[in-house]
Design a protein around this ligand. Structure first.
Ligand code: BG6
Length: 455
């Protein structure tokens, strides 16, 4: 393979994460970028061969152009225990050019592999890509940060969060910063509340081993949705280079706390019971294979936060995500305050405007009060909307392209990863102390009936 090829070493190449997310993303990227060439080195504990890995890669490249894309990927497989220095040395020996090491393994294994590595083993300029969850709490994240910092500089560390690669998250930047009409209104003076919701029809999908220990708060809010909040609330960066962009999002996270410093009041949790979604019967979460009901894991969580700075103090940011929900909402909703005075004589709707960014299908819409079609003195609600398109690359591929091109703009910076744990820790503690009841909802419903509607 030519020298221009990037080498992507995948630790955990035989695992579920690689075949479900990473390799399909690589396929997407290879098809979208016909000049890209990759040397893919898979590593795992299993006694696989390059042929076996090639079969998995082929199955993951589920597109019409898969064969042509595969011709530009040179595949090797090495059986290795990445927590052993000798195996790592052998695996990494002689690698040169642009090299990325992707840890598609659980966080504990990633941490042990980092312990077993030394800077001397690593090719010059190597990029380390680590999956979420990054650590299991603030201390764990800090320790993992220290481990990777002993190996490579921060700009070579990629903490993967594919929500930063979602085109709608990135569309928020364009809408805010490339128009004069939103940014002057983007603060507590005019914004009443913000909600970021990512509900899913999907249930457990055989992931009890991971999910039952995480739950909706850690799986989605601690990571993805706080990153989206940071993009919605950030100050305008001078450039979207990694330094400016990541400093702006980190500044938001540094200022973020649970609402009113009251983790029990600001959060709710619930778990699904049996029901049906699109005609498919779903068992109760507790009856899913591998679930330990005694853990009390929530499958739906909501929490409200405050960004304590001059722009946002006093505006509730409510984040919510859950599984096995019917008709799931996935959107960023910015509710503007109502006007102080509507001229007397104008009747009808005078609610504040609502701006929505929908996260798939990617759309943007604005609800306004406009003069009615029949009686111009009666205000009616009207919606202006635009389809934004899904983006050329799937979110995971967008993030992977950053890794292969050595651009960490869409990766979570070390300090941000620690803050995301610091922000949710009071809620995790309150839940552990049973200060917040675990509620229930039927699979296929919108969640517990008494929960507020965020749409
Ligand atoms: C993952 C979570 O990070 O994101 C999953 O672990 C969740 O539980 C998924 O389903 C949602 O993202 P997407 O882009 O696949 O809808």
């Amino acid at each position: 393979m030519d020298a221009a090829a990037t080498t992507l070493v995948v630790f955990g190449a035989t695992g579920d994460l690689a075949s479900r997310l990473l390799l399909p993303a690589l396929g997407d990227l290879m098809v979208a970028e016909p000049d890209r060439r990759v040397r893919l080195i898979g590593a795992g504990m299993e006694d696989w061969t390059a042929d076996r890995l090639t079969k998995v890669v082929r199955a993951s490249f589920q597109t019409a152009d898969a064969d042509a894309a595969l011709e530009r990927v040179e595949i090797e497989y090495h059986q290795a225990d990445i927590t052993k220095a000798a195996d790592l040395k052998k695996l990494l020996k002689g690698l040169s050019g642009q090299v990325a090491l992707y840890f598609a393994v659980p966080p504990a294994i990633a941490a042990r592999a980092c312990d077993a590595m030394t800077p001397e083993m690593l090719p010059d300029g190597v990029m380390l890509a680590l999956e979420k969850p990054f650590g299991i709490d603030e201390t764990g994240a800090r320790e993992l940060n220290a481990r990777v910092a002993a190996l490579v500089p921060e700009t070579q560390v990629f903490r993967v969060d594919h929500f930063l690669g979602k085109s709608t998250t990135l569309n928020v930047l364009g809408a805010r910063f490339a128009n004069r009409i939103l940014e002057p209104l983007w603060s507590v003076e005019n914004v009443e509340s913000v909600s970021i919701v990512y509900d899913e029809k999907l249930g457990l999908e055989g992931r009890a081993g991971y999910y039952d220990g995480a739950g909706a708060l850690v799986d989605m809010i601690q990571s993805h949705l706080l990153q989206v909040l940071a993009v919605v609330a950030m100050e305008q960066p001078t450039t979207i280079g990694e330094a400016d962009f990541r400093e702006a999002t980190s500044a938001v996270l540094r200022a973020t706390r649970v609402w009113d410093d009251d983790p029990a009041e600001c959060s709710r949790r619930a778990r699904y019971t049996s029901g049906s979604i699109d005609g498919d019967e779903k068992p109760s979460y507790v009856d899913e294979p591998g679930v330990d009901p005694a853990r009390g894991t929530e499958t739906l969580a909501t929490a409200t936060f405050e960004v304590r700075n001059a722009r946002w103090s006093g505006v509730p940011f409510t984040l919510r995500s859950g599984k096995a929900l019917g008709d799931p909402a996935r959107e960023i909703v910015v509710r503007f305050r109502a006007v102080r005075h509507v001229p007397e004589g104008l009747r009808g709707s005078s609610d504040g405007a609502v701006l929505r960014f929908s996260l798939g299908p990617d759309q943007m819409s604005l609800d306004l009060n406009l003069n009615g079609a029949n009686d111009p003195l009666v205000l009616e609600r009207a919606t202006l909307s635009a389809d934004l398109g899904p983006g050329q690359l799937m979110a995971y591929a967008e993030v992977l392209s950053g890794i292969l091109d050595a651009d960490p703009m869409l990766s979570v910076r070390g300090d941000a990863a620690e803050h995301c744990w610091r922000i949710v820790q009071p809620i995790l503690d309150a839940w552990k102390n049973n200060e917040v009841p675990l509620e229930h909802y039927q699979a296929g419903s919108h969640g517990p009936a008494a929960w507020p509607f965020l749409g």
